[in-house]
Design a protein around this ligand. Structure first.
Ligand code: AMP
Length: 134
């Protein structure tokens, strides 16, 4: 089994597992942004969000909701950052949701999202193209 997160799910690779559900496993990120940074993965191998089967949408997002609540309730975080990389910047090609505990002043403000401005007419063009398929 070559996938690192499949090996964690099957117990072949050590991890600090914090959540186990029928379809989802959560474990601590080995190099956390902050302590309590959790990765949530479907037990079945799925590369990225676009391949996630319908029946796993609710279990995965429910686990994200539960974990986001837990880092507040148990670890004293004020909130959380919930995200995933898909292909680009995705270092492990098994879909994983990052749940990062956040607290005001933790230094993460604006950490990797420099913003750009739309050129004249560009927003309308982009929105129209997305609207056409969504
Ligand atoms: P990404 O870069 O979004 O694909 O996130 C992959 C994450 O997996 C990184 O935050 C890594 O720190 C984490 N990671 C890599 N190997 C392990 C491991 N053996 N156990 C737990 N987390 C890991």
């Amino acid at each position: 089994m070559s996938c690192l997160f499949c090996r964690i799910v099957s117990g072949q690779e050590p991890a600090e597992v914090v959540l186990e559900r029928d379809e989802v496993v959560g474990f601590l990120d080995v190099r956390p942004v902050f302590p309590g940074h959790v990765l949530l993965v479907p037990r079945v191998h799925v590369d990225t969000l676009t391949e996630l089967p319908d029946e796993l949408l609710v279990p995965l997002f429910a686990a994200a909701r539960e974990t986001a609540a837990a880092v507040k309730d148990v670890l004293g975080a004020q909130g959380s950052f919930v995200a995933m990389n898909n292909t680009v910047s995705q270092s492990v090609p098994h879909l994983h949701v990052h749940v990062v505990p956040r607290t005001k002043g933790d230094g993460l403000r604006g950490f990797f999202w420099p913003r750009v401005r739309y050129a004249e007419g560009q927003a309308q063009d982009v929105a129209a193209r997305l609207r056409a398929v969504l």
